[in-house]
Design a protein around this ligand. Sequence first.
Ligand SMILES: C[S@@+](CC[C@H](N)C(=O)[O-])C[C@H]1O[C@@H](n2cnc3c(N)ncnc32)[C@H](O)[C@@H]1O
Length: 304
Amino acid sequence: MHHDPVLISEIEEIFVSGWVHSCVVDATLGLAGHASMFCSHMSPGDVFIGIDRDQDNLALARTNLDVVNSSVTKHLVHSSFADIDTILDSLSLPEISFILYDLGVSSAHYDDGDRGFSIRYDAPLDMRFDRTQGRTARDLVMTLSEYELRDLMFRYADEKKAVHIARAIVEIRKTQSIDTTFDLLEIIKKASFDDHSPKRVFQALRIAVNAEFEHVEISIKKAIERLAIWGYIAIITFHSIEDRIVKNLLTPYLTGTIDDITGQTIIPARLTKYNKKPILPTELEIDKNPRSRSAKLRVLKRSY
Ligand SMILES: C[S@@+](CC[C@H](N)C(=O)[O-])C[C@H]1O[C@@H](n2cnc3c(N)ncnc32)[C@H](O)[C@@H]1O
């Protein structure tokens, strides 16, 4: 299993420019590409926390991190980053100096033919990051109403053929069970006549199965509360809907609260932008790692 960490040089430059790294969190540990870089720059006694919902990725990350900077205390946690506050409390760590969210799926997920994330392999329709709990993609496809199916395709992937695809799913499941990626693929292709629909529908289902946006919103708010003064929060998004959610979430922290009547600042802005515009991958990185093409990195610093 392999995963090229996206925008790693850009993140490294920002990371080493920070003045303390006493508590670093990688909220989406994956295969520990970014995490290995973080740990290699940390000092004895510093604490690193790596979180992942996926037990398989966590095990791979553990092996990869075992050989990096043994003077750093490393805690690898199987959990959602939505529980960031409880994780910090359980380790008696009040503040975060740097936190990274590299959202979405790792290449390992797509390359593992059994997980149901990829349209390339015939596999059970699962798509859960955490296979120990929650509803699978099959559960959603077989039980959601036509309206709910349509809605999730519109909301999570802007799928223009959502109406036709949702209707086809509901019709087919009256007589047969939709169990595998290829079962679903056939239905989408026949209902949409659009080569791009399968990818978008799979994306929408994955987001719904893992309640991705809900977890992002909960976690980022909690992480900002626990960010040390001058601490950094870095977020990589991979598609426009996800990016809009993150941008809207951050806006109040960047503008503060203004009194409607007096125009005075009641609550000053808590965060400042490290980079005015999102950082994008270079052409060179996109050539080497096409998955990075849609990545956008936002970095913010806690100012008070
Ligand atoms: C893009 S990969 C991260 C890759 C990582 N930066 C690296 O360099 O290897 C995203 C990871 O986040 C995990 N993930 C997704 N949602 C999560 C959540 N709510 N909480 C914790 N981990 C999550 C996925 O299981 C996946 O391993």
